[in-house]
Design a protein around this ligand. Sequence first.
Ligand SMILES: [Zn+2]
Ligand SMILES: [Zn+2]
Ligand SMILES: [Zn+2]
Length: 96
Amino acid sequence: MKLCSHLQASEDAPPRTLGCEECLKLGDRWVHLRRCVRCGHVGCCNSSKNKHAAKHFHETSHPVVQSFEPGETWRWCYVDEVQDPPFERAPPVMHR
Ligand SMILES: [Zn+2]
Ligand SMILES: [Zn+2]
Ligand SMILES: [Zn+2]
């Protein structure tokens, strides 16, 4: 399976804010949060109308975000569009 070099780099910057940094300034709302592992920027996901996590990548080229949702530890590389770990769910049960 493919695992990009960005995800293999062990960057893990602590979060700078507890909500989406830009949405907090705007007084706006978000759906889910993503943390930039290079600088600790917290931004909203692509299900949120402002998509600040993706905008942060386009502005800074910081490639990897980690989910900032409770209990979620997966990471996503915007450059290679791969997730780590690749499979969030258990494999399907085979019925005979
Ligand atoms: Zn990558
Ligand atoms: Zn936002
Ligand atoms: Zn960043």
